[in-house]
Design a protein around this ligand. Structure first.
Ligand code: FES
Length: 89
């Protein structure tokens, strides 16, 4: 699974660094509870501005893309839920 977290200025201001930290913690949780999760690797990439904020005037930050599916106004909770639902056996 590929997770891209935007760390451009708009998204960072609205908390994307915190989301990045939480995903790191989630990686540890998954490692410790490996039996309940698929073997698929959780790849996390921090990217400087994914470009979404420039395409709209609406407030969409922070943005996290999970397997090509963008989550707008992402929170740690929505991102964690998405990842866990996809990786849980
Ligand atoms: S700063 Fe995150 S999409 Fe532009």
């Amino acid at each position: 699974m590929k997770v891209k977290v935007c760390v451009g200025s708009n998204c960072t201001l609205l908390g994307s660094m915190n989301i990045l930290d939480q995903i790191d913690d989630l990686k540890d949780i998954i490692r410790e509870d490996a039996d309940n999760y698929s073997d698929e690797e959780l790849e996390v990439e921090a990217i400087k501005c994914l470009g979404f904020c420039k395409k709209t005037k609406e407030n969409v930050a922070p943005i996290v893309v999970v397997d090509k599916e963008p989550i707008f106004n992402a929170t740690s909770q929505t991102v964690m839920e998405k990842i866990v639902n996809k990786l849980r056996k």
